[in-house]
Design a protein around this ligand. Structure first.
Ligand SMILES: Nc1nc2c(ncn2[C@@H]2O[C@H](COP(=O)(O)OP(=O)(O)OP(=O)(O)O)[C@@H](O)[C@H]2O)c(=O)[nH]1
Ligand SMILES: [Zn+2]
Length: 364
């Protein structure tokens, strides 16, 4: 097979609305970030493929002329790029990610699980009704900032309220860095209003609680009720609650949409930097407090309390910041403890094995 290798080294992300044809790899989300990581020699020996689906028996990968399932590996997740070693599949090289969403597994084990890699934009979906919750939006945004994913707030069900303006105002106050879009997820609005982020070759995901309209939006983007993709399998097309797989849907002529059922139990762990970024206004204020360890309660010279008194800061935002930070600290510290216990245990095992080995030698 002859490949046009110039396609593998894009000059940069294609601009929206451009009529330039894009290569099959670019359609799969290939970007200069990945191209920079390989040499022409790598390319000849190991063609890039993207993991579009993870299931128990393996990873479904697609590339230029490649469509196959390779053995599972714990360090790769949906959205990852691999340099496929067709002779030794397990030796395929994992390319450095542009972004990574991970979570702490529910239950007692609480291991870190990789959710998805290389998402460009996450639409944080909430509806203009009782689901609307600033603290929840903030959690998702902190997570996106940490994961290096661009968040966009999408407020659905605008048709069910007389005026969504109040929801929009509240959502806009979450962060200057995060755009807010309102729409009716059924019909034509999503395609038009999300077009900037849903260009061909971009990878997007919808995050949010059950019933807010994530599936409706996904279908709206794909222009059908059953998303037409190369990765989709029959059972998934029928019922979206039946699958526990994670996969990327290739929207014909458009972006790639990640569909992951595990997004609902997201826990905040190891996202301190994301929280700092989201609450940078509070961090800046805190830097002017008289005491470095100010708790922003009743301390004299507290710049945060002063801002609240002056009406520049909403007291509830301070409360949410505190809550998020303590949740994060709790989740992360228990992980640290677990890691250190694991280490101690590992050391103990090695010592015993060593002792045993020494004794066995002595016995012989
Ligand atoms: N009126 C109105 N109904 C909507 C809108 N978006 C979604 N719905 C309806 O809300 C219901 C739930 O939408 P889904 O798309 O299934 O929500 P989801 O977020 O995918 O839910 P899960 O699959 O449980 O996570 C469906 O009946 C949709 O038709 C909207 O913008 N306006
Ligand atoms: Zn203070």
């Amino acid at each position: 097979m002859t490949r046009n290798y110039s396609d593998f080294f894009p000059s940069g992300p294609k601009s929206g609305g451009s009529d330039q044809p894009i290569s099959s790899l670019q359609k799969l989300g290939w970007q200069s970030h990945f191209a920079q990581q390989l040499s022409a020699d790598d390319l000849i020996r190991t063609p890039p493929v993207r993991v579009v689906e993870v299931h128990r028996n393996g990873l479904h990968v697609l590339g230029d002329g490649t469509d196959q399932t390779i053995p599972p590996r714990s360090d790769a997740t949906v959205g990852d790029w691999l340099l496929l070693d067709e002779v030794h599949l397990a030796s395929s090289r994992l390319l450095e990610r542009k972004s990574l969403l991970k979570r702490r597994a529910p239950g007692t084990d609480r291991q870190i699980q990789l959710i998805a890699a290389n998402i460009d934009t996450a639409f944080i979906v909430s509806s203009c009704n009782q689901d609307f919750n600033i603290a929840r939006l903030e959690r998702y945004i902190a997570l996106c900032f940490e994961a290096e994913i661009e968040p966009v707030i999408v407020l659905t069900k605008s048709d069910l309220v007389t005026d969504p303006a109040d929801f929009v105002r509240q959502a806009e106050r979450v962060s200057d860095l995060v755009p807010v879009v309102t729409l009716d997820a059924r019909g034509d609005e999503p395609v038009a209003k999300l077009a900037d982020w849903c260009r061909a070759g971009r990878t997007v995901a919808f995050l949010g609680s059950s019933g807010v309209g994530k599936s409706t939006l996904t279908n709206a983007l794909s222009g059908s009720d059953a998303i037409e993709t190369r990765a989709i399998r029959e059972d998934d097309a029928k019922g979206r609650h039946t699958t526990t797989r994670r996969q990327l849907h290739l929207v014909p002529g458009g972006c790639l949409v990640l569909d992951t059922p595990g997004m609902r139990e997201l826990q905040l762990a190891d996202v301190a930097a994301g929280i700092d970024e989201l609450f940078s206004d509070l961090n800046e204020l805190a830097a002017s407090c008289r005491f470095r360890d100010c708790l922003h309660q009743t301390e004299p010279g507290c710049a945060v309390q002063a801002a609240i008194l002056q009406g520049q800061l909403d007291a509830s935002r301070l409360q949410r910041w505190r809550k998020l930070k303590s949740e994060e600290a709790f989740n992360s510290s228990s992980l640290a403890e677990r890691r250190s216990k694991d280490k101690t245990f590992g050391k103990m095992v090695r010592r015993i094995m060593k002792d045993k080995g020494a004794r066995n030698w002595g016995d012989s």
